[in-house]
Ligand binder design. Structure first.
Ligand code: HEM
Length: 502
């Protein structure tokens, strides 16, 4: 990836909103790693328990008066052999993480630690491969081919296997219990939907219903080092939780029987997909483990965070936004839909719904961290200074800070603004939306590390908004924090007038 993909990094052509001085002062990267072993643990406790994520980073920005600094990152000892990173927390320095001519992305998907490959059939799956590794090209191409081959199924499957099921469950739970736990329903239904969308067969179609529970255990084993306040909710003391989750990898054998069931399902239901893999020179076995990971970790893991996050922002925005979205969706369906249903053509007319989705992905990126190692020595620029980075050093980006940079998004960068991306001026900001590990204005390729499912994610998020406001005028929900992202309990739904009484 050449640096001219990020014109604001070039001194010759500063963007209007990036009027940085032409000659930035060269500075030492501030911050220190402290005393080995002791300081990384202190940093970990601050990050999880004493300060929390945002305060941990903000206090260091304030302390060093810099958005680029040295720090330890979680989980630290003994899980990670080296916790030392250079944090890049502004919109100018962050895109260095996408520049594969300068950084290497080998084995950094989960950061400073890597889960055992025993959890992925002994394979390093695509997310852990650097684009320079030959199997990266083959696997990513295979995933592109699979998504392309299934593209006509996504919309009808979302409507019948996701939206219809989840909406009717929410309605009946609200009617009987006064509320519905959206996250639990989403966790159950989204995995079946993905089976239908990607392979035409959900786990229950092939006698494997409930597979998502095994997938959840498998996910937890990989993500436990990044989780906190899970056991403390059960009155386990913080330090005990810290020791149990963040010090040693949980044993992979816990997931072994479940993983065997996952493999059997993907190998059977995904048989046509595996035929596609053979065409690009992959073995069926390696492709099957990658299929499991792309579906269960990348997609299902992502949708477990994205859909509740989207609904939480919609709930907090209130009736006025709901009314505008309902009007837009229904007008688009009336003029461009078919038989009163959402089509791709209708979706294209929904500018506000589209902007809402981008704004959620900007302000609450479902994957908050990105990491990379410097491939060579280079100068890294923030808005205010440039810094010497040495080959081998680890770079770390906390995306919610970079995509809430006031120098790009203005004084209201920290607020949820539903219309932010509407119109030509809004469209210009899309290149600063980075949830997919690359600008929203670019497409993933086999040569970069941008999310292979970028377009699928934006499509299903837009479908979510469209299907929701085709069925409902408004809703209310209680929002709290969950393991990752938001916990949403829907407390009331107002059915669309045309549909009321159905
Ligand atoms: C990579 C986010 C859905 C497949 C990534 C990365 C991010 C991301 C941030 C880059 C990680 C890094 O290298 O630092 C998400 C989110 C999703 C989602 C938030 C859903 C809400 C999907 C879907 C697929 C997918 C639907 C389906 C194929 C992949 C793959 C990679 C990747 C294969 C590695 C790309 C490479 O090695 O070049 N995703 N993703 N993801 N994602 Fe997604």
């Amino acid at each position: 990836m050449s640096s001219n993909r990020y014109p604001w990094l070039q001194k010759e052509k500063p963007q209007p909103e990036q009027q940085a001085p032409l000659l930035l002062p060269t500075k030492e990267i501030p911050g220190s790693y402290g005393i080995p072993f002791i300081t990384p643990i202190k940093d970990r406790l601050d990050y999880y328990y004493f300060k929390g994520h945002d305060k941990f980073f903000q206090s260091k920005i304030d302390q060093y008066s810099s958005t680029v600094f040295r720090t330890n990152m979680i989980p630290g000892p003994f899980m990670a052999s080296d916790p030392r990173v250079i944090a890049v927390l502004d919109a100018k320095s962050f895109p260095i993480l996408f520049d594969t001519s300068k950084v290497e992305k080998k084995d950094v998907f989960t950061g400073t630690y890597m889960p055992s490959t025993k959890l992925t059939g002994g394979h390093r799956v695509c997310s852990y491969l650097d684009p320079s590794e030959p199997s990266h090209t083959k696997i990513k191409q295979f995933l592109f081919n699979l998504l392309k081959s299934r593209k006509d199924y996504f919309l009808p499957s979302f409507r019948s296997d996701y939206a219809a099921r989840i909406f009717s469950s929410v309605e009946s739970q609200v009617a009987s219990n006064g509320q519905a736990n959206f996250n639990d329903l989403n966790n159950d239904i989204a995995f079946d939907f993905l089976g239908k969308a990607y392979f035409g067969k959900s786990p229950s179609d092939v006698g494997a219903s409930g597979l998502q529970k095994k997938v959840t255990i498998w996910l937890l084993l990989q993500l436990a080092p990044l989780a906190s306040n899970v056991l403390t909710k059960l009155h386990v003391p913080k330090l005990v939780e810290d020791f149990l989750l963040h010090t040693f990898a949980l044993p992979s054998f816990i997931a072994k029987p479940g993983y065997k069931s996952m493999y059997d399902y993907f190998n059977t239901a995904g048989s046509a997909a595996l035929d596609l893999a053979e065409k690009v020179g992959l073995s069926r076995d390696e492709a099957c483990h990658n299929l499991i990971f792309a579906t269960s970790f990348n997609t299902y893991g992502g949708l477990r965070v994205l859909f509740p996050g989207l609904l939480a922002r919609l709930a907090q925005s209130g009736r006025e936004l709901h009314g505008r979205l309902a009007t837009e969706v229904r007008q688009a369906v009336a003029s461009h839909g078919e038989n009163g249903q959402v089509t791709l053509g209708a979706l294209e007319q929904m500018e506000l719904a589209k902007s809402v989705v981008y704004e959620v992905l900007r302000i609450d990126p479902p994957v908050e961290f990105q990491y990379a190692h410097a491939k060579k020595d280079f100068l890294l620029q923030s808005h205010d200074a440039q810094f010497q980075v040495r080959k081998g050093e680890m770079l770390f980006g906390y995306q919610p800070f970079a995509t809430r940079d006031t120098r790009v998004f203005g004084a209201n960068a920290g607020e949820f603004v539903p219309d932010r991306f509407v119109g030509p001026d809004g469209a210009k900001l899309l290149r600063y939306v980075w949830w997919s590990n690359g600008p929203e204005t670019e497409e993933p390729t086999v040569n970069d590390k941008q999310c292979a499912g970028k377009n699928f994610v934006v499509l299903v998020a837009r479908l979510f908004v469209a299907e929701f406001f085709l069925s409902y005028d408004s809703f209310t929900a209680e929002i709290s924090g969950s393991l990752v992202g938001s916990q949403v309990n829907i407390t009331s739904l107002t059915k669309a007038k045309a549909k009321a009484g159905n």
